[in-house]
Design a protein around this ligand. Structure first.
Ligand SMILES: [Zn+2]
Ligand SMILES: [Zn+2]
Length: 97
């Protein structure tokens, strides 16, 4: 057993991919890290809204059956604050593997 062979954490890879879209929260451009509201500090992790935005652009939603690019909805209403169903987030992660 080699304890130095740990793979890159899934979450980290996921964060890198989420950067391929613009951040709807802090307005970071595609492929740029998220920043604090003042724009002075770079954040190591993208905002949750950005991960949702990425899932929305790349994956279909298994929960509400929408196609990539279409917002998730519940009972005919878009989810609050651009959120997506957790199943869609999983779907995006799986598709990107
Ligand atoms: Zn951001
Ligand atoms: Zn959905």
């Amino acid at each position: 057993m080699n304890r130095y062979s740990a793979p890159m954490p899934d979450d980290l890879r996921h964060f890198m991919r989420a950067r391929s879209v613009e951040c709807p929260h802090c307005r970071a451009h595609a492929h740029r890290p998220c920043t604090t509201p003042s724009g002075r500090r770079l954040l190591p992790e993208p905002h949750p809204q950005r991960i949702s935005a990425w899932a929305r652009t790349t994956a279909c939603c298994p929960a509400c059956q929408v196609e990539p690019g279409v917002e998730c909805h519940l009972d005919g209403w878009p989810l609050h604050d651009g959120q997506v169903h957790p199943q869609r987030d999983d779907e995006a992660r799986r598709a990107a593997l």
